[in-house]
Design a protein around this ligand. Sequence first.
Ligand code: SF4
Length: 235
Amino acid sequence: MSGALISESFVSIQGEGRLTGVPSWFVRFSGCNLRCAWCDTPYASWDPEGDKRSVGELVDEAKASGVAHAVVTGGEPMIFPQVVPLTHALRDAGIHVTIETAGTADQPEVHADLMSLSPKLANSTPAGDPRDPSGAWAVRHEERRLNIPVLNALIGRFPDRQLKFVVSAPEDLAEIDSLLSHLEGWSPGDVMLMPEGVKSPDPASVQWVARTCIERGWRYCNRLHIELFGDTRGT
Ligand code: SF4
């Protein structure tokens, strides 16, 4: 694909969000405008790697996979203009398309059947991270991680969407409430809380997440792929 790196493509089970459990073909754009401290795909953000691949090649692979769902992820797929022809070609092939994005960048012509937005909270900022010795990425990340106009544009354009928040402590709720107060058109059933971590959480440590979801009509989001395959590439 001219101008865009793809770090990997594979068939697995969707592990997160409202399509959890659905066999899916994944394509991961390599490159991101953020640098989350806990990023679980550093090979597509902190240290982007991959190969340039054409839309035609990728769509042929998706069709040959035999699954009916595609997940376009990253990295940050929405910083790459190539996400537009790719998602249109997947749709034209009769494949359901989910885009997974932090919601900081838009491509107005992009197609998605499910827009999966994962706005990044303050717990994502890589303060003091040894991978960022000058601190430049921590500053950039903090400036970029929330983009209210883009989030509102994507919520408005995609009636099937979800707002997935990675949470590490109850203190994160105040930031989520503040952000939601600036967003329009969402409903409680769109909001998902996903405990931070690359291992299945200790149940006692996530009871507060479950209780919050019950109280507010939000959804608890686990990571089924971690339970099935562990924290490994290609899953
Ligand atoms: S936005 Fe996603 S891909 Fe980018 S650094 Fe954060 S977790 Fe990693």
